[in-house]
Design a protein around this ligand. Structure first.
Ligand code: NAD
Ligand code: IPM
Ligand code: MN
Length: 348
């Protein structure tokens, strides 16, 4: 089990320290951890947010644990040197096109949600976000000046049918293993990419007669997610819409510090990371919620190493910790990052 540890920027190292403590506490056989720089930290140390040695390690290892990237001191750098390019580059280079972002309320913790408890209680959704296409990677993109020296910025929203089909198959299989309901989210009333997306989803649906496919426009989906999140089982959507809807789903559960993710490609290798960012506003204070990072370890054990039992143990220990009232300021509690990590390990 060769795991690349890429802690990154801001709260990344603080939450990764808890993940490493958790890995040690599990006493896994044949565990090998390799650390490397990523993001703003890598830019400052090696001149590039995704240095060649880090990329090489990411290619060689069996799985990647990723903290977060993003550093305000890098905000004015040219785009290809910005910390965010590191995570975008890893996803693209490793072909990690399928991003699974589960959002489920912890029983007993309904009051952590910003929704009414009786509405929050119902949330148990898997967001399947396409991760290597869309307006994130479409070409051409750039800036230009029009006549009269006026500035324009432009991006290209683009999906080809193969990209849609492969995420569709992941989503149908995911829904099949859950409650058999798949909601494809798009903006087909306005966007050509979405018309194609919807077409391909519908073409593949007959291969999964046991899954019920529905379509929803993204603006409505954003509304339905806070009106009645319990209606969703599995959501499949493009890169940009999935980014936004998953941050929103995190507050339906109770905090952005709670949601983990798995980024998967064709093989078993995966990159596992919280859905949140480097949270520069709270970095260095030891108050970041490490739960999303710890649950990312659980997802790694489940998806890359077939260790469902160990994953379940971690998830149960996290649920118990939260139920025992041990959480931080993001959930109106007072525990520190370290105290939460220790509490989870004690409950393993
Ligand atoms: P963010 O997710 O970092 O933070 C948003 C808000 O949530 C902040 O108030 C932050 O304090 C809070 N928050 C986030 N994680 C938390 C945690 N674990 N515990 C407690 N509170 C938490 O988003 P942002 O502020 O928009 O972006 C900050 C930087 O992170 C930017 O540079 C952005 O590009 C980057 N970013 C990186 C990733 C990633 O590495 N995958 C994801 C999102 C944003
Ligand atoms: C995420 C982040 C990234 C994204 C950024 C940092 C590039 O917001 O992983 O959700 O937009 O995919
Ligand atoms: Mn995001």
């Amino acid at each position: 089990m060769h795991i690349a540890i890429l802690a990154g920027d801001g709260i990344g190292p603080e939450i990764m320290a808890e993940a490493e403590k958790l890995l040690a506490a599990l006493h896994l056989p044949a565990l090998k951890l390799s650390h490397a720089n990523i993001g703003g930290t890598a830019y400052h140390a090696e001149g590039h947010p995704l240095p060649p040695d880090t990329l090489q390690l990411a290619k060689e290892c069996d799985a990647i644990l990723f903290g977060a990237v993003g550093d305000p001191t890098c905000d004015s750098l040219e785009r290809n040197l910005r910390p965010e390019q590191a995570i975008l580059g890893l996803r693209k280079e490793l072909g990690l096109f399928a991003n699974l972002r589960p959002a489920a309320v912890f029983p007993g913790l309904e009051s952590a949600s910003t929704l009414k408890p009786e509405i929050a209680r119902e949330i148990d959704v898997m967001i399947v976000r396409e991760l290597t296409g869309d307006v994130y990677f479409g070409e051409p993109r750039g800036r230009r000046e029009t006549g009269g020296g006026r500035r324009e910025g432009f991006d290209t929203m683009l999906y080809d049918e193969d990209e849609v089909a492969r995420i569709a198959h992941v989503a149908f299989r995911t829904a099949r293993a859950r409650r058999g309901k798949l909601c494809s989210v798009d903006k087909a009333n306005v966007l050509e990419t979405s018309v194609l997306w919807r077409e391909v989803m519908a073409e593949i649906a007959p291969e999964y007669p046991d899954v019920e496919l529905a379509h929803m426009y993204v603006d409505n989906a954003a509304m339905q997610l806070v009106r009645n999140p319990g209606q969703f089982d599995t959501i499949v959507t493009g890169n940009l819409f999935g980014d936004i809807l998953s941050d929103q789903a995190s507050m339906c559960v109770g905090s952005i510090g709670l949601l983990a993710s798995a980024s998967l490609g064709e093989g078993r290798k995966g990159l596992y990371e919280p859905i949140h960012g480097s949270a520069p506003d709270i970095a260095g204070q030891e108050i970041a919620n490490p739960v999303a990072m710890l649950l990312s370890v659980a997802m790694m054990l489940r998806y890359s190493f077939d260790m469902a039992q160990q994953a379940n143990r971690i998830e149960a220990a996290v649920a118990k910790t939260l139920n025992d009232g041990i959480f931080g300021s993001d959930m109106c509690g007072s525990a520190s990052t370290r105290e939460i990590g220790d509490a989870v390990i004690a409950r393993l």
